[in-house]
Design a protein around this ligand. Structure first.
Ligand SMILES: [Zn+2]
Length: 482
């Protein structure tokens, strides 16, 4: 008999705080600057340079902690994490160790079942290291270059409890977390640029066993899909190993997106002893209760609360509410719904044509060229019966590209819906004459042909016949004796 195993997963997520300057100096955090152009003696770790804590970074870290339900500590301590690496010029990273900024908290996830609460252990503040560049230079075969622009960029590290049991739960947790951080404006959510990175601690144990198995850490996974694949691979690898009587080694592993596998980077024997000690150049970080309350007061509505409100106050399905809040178009939707007065139509257009067009054109959600009032104008034309939904879908890209109002496009191109009975009947009669077989079949009881005939009538009217009216009239014509 083979024992069945369960996976135990905890995540450590590094999120860059959206400050204009670094955590301990005034250098810019802008992404993509020329290598080593955003550096100074502090972030290059030159002797005698002293760190000064960025107040905004603390505010953002506290906001993240509050949004995740953590207890913000009134006093936390920066510590030196000592190790040598070329991208770490000081020889240590300033982080928080024994006394982090925030403890506890967590968030709810739902994967194929009732929601589960995933606990957080802690959130601490730290500085990022520089970046080693192993490729892209003429002599990259033999040399490594270092860019210190990232050195000193403010981060929070969010550490979860090992509460997740599957790769999809881990991916869902990471996704929910990203959504929260982005929605409160403390992180830009850009995983490609490295502003959000995830390490996963994965172990397996026989179902029913309390004691945790030995964990392996999968480092720096930079997409939801890769996170899921990396964890799935790691779970399978460990179960295979353990069920054959082998032992999981405590080690750090890297995910190779090309092969879909993880491979060993360094073992426990090579693990660093970081020799943490309190940073002597920085006083304890004191966050007064009134500062916490001030930041709590400016926190925007969180995605979960917003999703629930969308369902209850706009009467749209939970699915729509989820897409709208996750896409970053929730504010936009609310404005369209308010102006158009039809929330379901607003949600359909925003989730459908608008989101699809943004994706097709590669336009970031923040740069949507169409004003909410303009989209509401288009929806109103459909509501009033001026144009059909099908015509509206043709008008939409023209509005999107030119910025012209829907009503102007409809007027200029003569797209208004035709509700004139006699002209629709003319079209119906010529369609019936041209499709005598279909008419005979319908009259003999074949409902299917009705749809075909409606299609022909719509086509014959250039898509402009009022569909409801065309339906009624066609039915009347078909059922009246010829
Ligand atoms: Zn600097």
């Amino acid at each position: 008999m083979t024992a069945s195993y369960e996976a135990v997963i905890g995540l450590e997520i590094h999120a860059q705080l959206r400050t204009a300057t670094k955590i301990f100096c005034g250098c810019s955090t802008a992404f993509g600057a020329a290598p080593n152009s955003e550096v100074c003696p502090v972030c290059l770790g030159q002797p005698g340079a002293l760190p000064v804590l960025n107040r905004q970074a603390v505010d953002y870290a506290v906001m993240a902690a509050l949004a995740l339900g953590c207890d913000v500590q009134s006093e936390s301590i920066f510590a030196r994490k000592n190790y040598f690496y070329p991208d770490l010029p000081k020889g240590y990273q300033i982080s928080q160790y024994e006394r982090p900024l925030a403890l506890g908290g967590g968030l709810e996830i739902a994967v194929d079942g009732p929601p589960r609460f995933i606990r957080l252990t802690r959130i601490h503040m730290e500085e990022d290291a520089g970046k080693s560049l192993h490729e892209g230079f003429r002599d990259s075969e033999t040399k490594t270059y270092v860019d210190y622009n990232r050195s000193g960029v403010p981060l929070i590290e969010i550490v979860s409890e090992p509460d997740m049991r599957s790769a999809s739960e881990a991916s869902e947790f990471f996704s929910r977390l990203r959504e929260i951080l982005v929605s409160i404006g403390v992180n830009d959510g850009n995983m490609e640029e490295g502003s959000l990175r995830c390490d996963a601690n994965v172990s397996v144990r026989p179902v029913g066993q309390e004691k945790l198995g030995t964990k392996a850490e999968v480092k720096n996974v930079n997409s939801f899909r890769y996170l899921q694949k990396a964890i799935e691979y790691e779970i399978d690898r460990q179960i295979d190993l353990v069920s054959k009587g082998g032992r999981v080694l405590q080690e750090t592993r890297l995910f190779d997106s090309g092969t879909g596998r993880t491979h060993s980077m360094r073992s426990k024997e090579e693990a660093h002893d970081y020799r943490y000690f309190p940073e002597p150049d920085l006083p304890p970080l004191v966050v007064a209760p009134d500062r916490v309350e001030r930041l709590r007061a400016v926190l925007p509505e969180l995605p979960d609360a917003r999703r629930k409100r969308f369902v209850s106050s706009y009467g749209i399905p939970d699915y729509d509410a989820g897409v709208l809040t996750q896409s970053g178009l929730a504010d936009y939707f609310e404005q369209v719904a308010a102006t158009a007065g039809n929330a379901k139509a607003a949600s359909n257009w925003v989730m459908g044509e608008l989101l699809r067009t943004l994706n097709d054109r590669g336009t970031p959600v923040a740069d949507v060229p169409l004003k909410p009032e303009a989209l509401a104008g288009l929806i109103t034309l459909v509501e009033k019966g001026t144009i059909s939904n099908a015509i509206a879908k043709d008008v939409f890209p023209k509005m999107y590209d030119t910025g012209r109002a829907a009503a102007d496009i409809v007027a200029a191109e003569g797209l208004a819906q035709n509700s004139d009975e006699s002209s629709i009947i003319d079209v119906i009669r010529s369609v019936m004459a041209a499709n005598a077989d279909a008419v005979t079949q319908y009259r003999a009881g074949s409902q299917k042909t009705f749809g075909f005939l409606v299609g022909q009538v719509m086509k014959g009217s250039g898509g402009k016949a009022n569909p409801k009216l065309a339906n009624e009239l066609l039915k009347r014509e078909l059922e009246s004796p010829s």
